[in-house]
Design a protein around this ligand. Structure first.
Ligand code: NDP
Length: 400
């Protein structure tokens, strides 16, 4: 019998939903690169249900308990008194979502003597100390592609919200006003702007494709170059580094994983590369950006707007400076956890667990760490090391 801890975000303030806004949840048949959607043997949930909160349990309880395993589901994840810390010593598997991450630091991994696997229900395993996972031979897996396109939609929405000044204009209406000049004095067209993505992986490339019909100039930087045919099709300009990209772009969106190579890549020094009045959209990870540097750049007007949904740590403490900085269009971390995406990643977690318990190989594209080293997607997109430092700050939200 295995003990599985599943850390999920809290239920809605008004209680777990009894009905939903829609009756069906359309799904793609296949991902754009030909990868199949998750293929568990079965699922025990209704597609479209809220699965990412505590009562949703990622739809796993019946499957796990009927196979004799113990499932602990909790939102209590930060601080020494958390349920996660209490239950860790004899846990075999820890599952969490990046939206409400169980920070699996070296200390926690060392304490979890029976730990075999850490699963990210979503994409992005930077909340796990990957170096420590390698050292302790713990497998790290995530559900690659499950919400990449969902995030790309959020990126496009955020770019438009910033450039067209949507959020302040909406607030004018909520406040009973009608001052057109107030609304438009920071409003522009996206058409003809230069838009660049840092990383053209699953999300970055999707963003480029979605933006093509807006008649913008498209730019990207990445560690590996896209095929020539794709560069031609989208009329892309490749940049070897951030400086070259930022110098020519009106909008820059960050779409790379967080790992030691990318941590704080947007900082006091690199912000100087950006054009005055540029917009930055970051749905990748909060720690790609130096918190105070972006606040200063927005306050002094060098950067015209910042949007995205990722913070560090998560949940962001109530006094996190990004909550109150000027010209932002931030949300809590939601872009990859639409009900549509939850259906896919809950099925993906089920697939990973079935493989684990039946002794079948986990898909290579789901692997980040295995056998003491980076593996699968992890070997391609991450670098060795640890990006969890400072995550203990998340306890300040719970304490407030
Ligand atoms: P992919 O693995 O498909 O793409 C990541 C890309 O980043 C790869 O092309 C990789 O390059 C590139 N990359 C890695 N390091 C660097 C670097 N130092 N400089 C430039 N490019 C780099 O992942 P996805 O596109 O699906 O997701 C990307 C990230 O987005 C996730 O890791 C996660 O952090 C975040 N995310 C956020 C979500 C949300 O809800 N907000 C949901 C899903 C993901 P290469 O492989 O060529 O080395």
């Amino acid at each position: 019998m295995a003990k599985i801890i599943c850390v999920l975000y809290d239920d809605p303030v008004g209680g777990y939903p009894k009905t939903y806004a829609r009756d069906d949840v359309p799904q793609p048949k296949i991902y754009p690169d030909g990868q199949t959607l998750p293929t568990p043997r079965a699922i025990d949930f209704k597609p479209g249900a809220l699965l990412g909160s505590v009562s949703g349990e990622l739809g796993l309880r019946r499957y796990l308990e009927s196979n004799g395993h113990q499932l602990i589901v909790t939102s209590s994840k930060d601080g020494a008194d958390s349920v996660l810390d209490r239950e860790l010593p004899d846990a075999e598997i820890v599952i969490s979502q990046p939206f409400w991450p169980a920070y699996m630091t070296a200390e926690r991994i060392a304490k979890a003597k029976k730990l075999q696997m850490i699963v990210t229900a979503g994409i992005g395993s930077d909340h796990t100390d990957l170096q420590a996972a390698m050292k302790h031979n713990v497998t790290v897996a995530e559900v690659t592609y499950c919400n990449s396109n969902a995030v790309a939609e959020h990126v496009v929405m955020s770019i438009l919200a910033l450039v067209r000044n949507f959020v302040p204009s909406h607030h004018i209406i909520l406040n009973g006003g009608w001052n057109i000049a107030d609304a438009v004095s920071r409003s522009y067209d996206l058409e003809a702007m230069q838009v660049g993505t840092v990383a053209a992986g699953r999300i970055g490339l999707r963003v480029l494709r979605l933006l093509k019909p807006f008649d913008v100039g498209l730019h990207y930087m990445d560690r590996h170059r896209l095929p020539e045919a794709v560069e031609k099709e989208l009329n892309l300009t490749f940049h070897a580094n951030l400086e070259s990209l930022a110098k020519v772009c009106d909008v820059v969106t960050l779409n790379c994983p967080l790992h030691p190579e990318t941590e704080h890549m947007i900082n006091e020094r690199t912000l100087k590369f950006f054009k005055r009045g540029a917009y930055i959209v970051n749905t990748a990870r909060g720690k790609l950006v130096e918190t105070d540097a972006i606040v200063r750049a927005l306050t002094d007007g060098h950067i015209a707007g910042y949007a995205g949904d990722v913070w560090f740590p998560q949940p962001a403490p109530q006094d996190h400076p990004w909550r109150k900085m000027p010209h932002h269009a931030m949300t809590p971390h939601i872009s990859g956890t639409s009900l549509s995406a939850q259906t896919r990643y809950a099925a993906g977690v089920r697939e990973i667990l079935e493989c684990y318990f039946e002794g079948r190989p986990i898909r290579n594209e789901y692997l980040i760490v295995q056998g003491g080293q980076l593996a699968g997607v992890g070997a391609h997109s991450y670098s060795e090391g640890n990006a969890t430092k400072g995550s203990e700050e998340a306890a300040r939200f719970a304490a407030a």
